[in-house]
Design a binder for this molecule. Structure first.
Ligand code: BGP
Length: 478
């Protein structure tokens, strides 16, 4: 639809930006923090780009005041960050590590003192290694109680101060990359184990949300889903069906569970036929229904376009983690679909498709199916940035990306979607899990390279000033 006039953004729209503990904090073993699965995984040769890790990251742990001062100056309304479980419980449970908790108390207080709404992610992939060692982490139902126990400490600590909570960040990504592609911890390739772990993660997610509501916490909670809307390559009915199947297996399979406490029919049938459906115990489905979120968080980066893929067709291919455009391998699900290039849209140097209308489509599909408010918890462009001799960063490509996506949000709002806020990924440059430090996302440039050399000095990019004006005009000037 095209409108004569777009609706204005709501007055209290949360113009935000995001990060995650492992990607920014550093201080990986300070103040009593225990090791997480990522602290260990990065030590395996060949797992991350040039062996990069988050031991120092961008040293946000020691520089958070400086970073928050930059946010304040920019006019940022909300900052989404994650809490490292291993700072609170170095071994996943047991005695609270007060020094670790204090870091987040100080961070939250500093944000509030500067008029910035804290949005807290409970889990952004850094599971305590102790729980992985003890009972294989997400593969054991023991993790449910430990996750609820950890979250409860945070709920009690930040009651009234933190109003927006994200339960699990991108369960679909950490589960698939961890148990199917072996490119995240615990580096397993086993679809059966993957769907078992995923079901347990669903139960943990629902349990934490249920606890939040039982505690009568002021505020709202929801998961963040990495949603890649699926398109058919053309009007060939076989390809249309391939896209719909992919949507069921890759999106509804998580979103239906979050919103309705039910697994989608076609995806579940398919998993049963493959012999990889999860074990569902009595009471599980009731629990999933009791853990209904207050909003759906969405991380949107791109869309995916598909053709039908026969049973003997292409399987999972390797992603481009080098930044050499065109280096990603063909990928597909045999018997379902194969991903192809969309001729209507351009790609980044990491082969991520740039599709602002796809964000509008994502918001529309989620609203049609679930009728829940949506919080955009991530959206952004990872690219090489160059700093000039006078310390300027002319990232007009990022401004184009972000402004076209914000326009798509405004169109979706005009369509009738309820959007609570928008967090760009990311605030400062940070560690990209598999792509090192050269794939930059921030409004704020950090002097840091793959060998972890650099002064860590922060410099404002052109996009920093652009967003400052977007916020000041409440989205009227994009
Ligand atoms: C999301 C994650 C973020 C972030 C982002 C960019 O999947 O939640 O933590 O990393 O993607 O991805 P990448 O760093 O792979 O470019």
């Amino acid at each position: 639809m095209e409108y004569k006039q777009l609706k204005a953004f709501p007055k209290d729209f949360l113009w935000g930006s995001a990060s995650a503990a492992y990607q920014v904090e550093g201080a990986w073993n300070e103040d009593g923090k225990g090791p997480s699965v990522w602290d260990e995984f990065v030590k395996i040769p060949g797992k991350t780009f040039k062996g990069t890790n988050g031991e120092l990251a961008v040293d946000h742990y020691h520089r958070y005041k400086e970073d928050i001062a930059l946010m304040k100056e920019q006019g940022l309304k909300a900052y989404r960050f994650s809490i490292a479980w291993t700072r609170i419980f170095p071994n996943g449970r047991g005695e609270i590590n007060q020094a670790g908790l204090d870091f987040y108390i100080n961070l939250v207080d500093e944000l509030i003192a500067n008029g910035i709404e804290p949005l807290v992610t409970l889990y952004h992939w850094d599971l305590p290694q102790a729980l992985q060692d003890e009972y294989m982490g997400w593969e054991s139902r023991q993790v449910i109680d430990d996750f609820v126990n950890y979250a409860t400490v945070l709920f009690e600590t930040f009651r009234g101060k933190v109003k927006y909570w994200i339960s699990l960040n991108e369960q679909n990504i950490f589960i698939q990359l961890g148990y199917l592609m072996a490119v995240h911890p615990p580096a397993v390739v086993d679809p059966k184990r993957m769907y078992e772990a995923n079901h347990i993660a669903n139960l943990a997610n629902a349990s934490v949300i249920k606890k939040f509501h039982e505690m009568d916490m002021p505020g709202q909670i929801g998961p963040s889903f990495a949603y890649t809307p699926n398109y058919s390559f053309d009007s060939n009915p076989l390809n249309v069906l391939a896209a719909e199947d992919t949507e069921d297996i890759m999106a509804n399979f998580w979103l239906d569970v979050y919103a309705w406490g039910e697994y989608p029919i076609f995806a579940m049938n398919y998993l049963k036929e493959q012999g990889v459906a999860p074990t569902i115990e009595p009471g599980d489905m009731a629990l999933l229904k009791e853990g209904k979120p207050d909003f759906l968080g969405v991380n949107y980066y791109q869309t995916a376009t598909h053709v039908f893929n026969p049973l003997n067709g292409v399987g999972m291919g390797k992603m481009n983690t080098s930044g050499k455009k065109g280096s990603s391998e063909e990928t597909g699900m045999p018997g379902v679909s194969k991903k192809v290039a969309n001729p209507f849209i351009d790609r980044t140097n990491w082969d991520w498709e740039i599709d602002p209308q796809g964000l509008r489509i994502a918001l529309r599909r989620m609203t049609s199916r679930y009728r829940m408010p949506i919080l955009i918890t991530e959206n952004g462009l990872g690219e090489y940035d160059k700093i000039t001799e006078t310390n300027e960063i002319h990232d007009d490509y990022r401004i184009n990306y972000l402004s076209s996506h914000v326009k798509a949000i405004q169109e979706a709002i005009t369509d009738g979607v309820t959007v609570l806020g928008y967090c760009t990924w990311s605030y400062t440059d940070l560690l990209s899990w598999l792509n090192g430090y050269q794939k930059r996302y921030g409004f704020v440039y950090v002097d840091q390279d793959e060998t972890q050399n650099g002064s860590l000095t922060r410099y404002k990019k052109d996009s920093y000033y652009w967003y400052q004006n977007v916020i000041a005009t409440n989205g009227e000037e994009l």
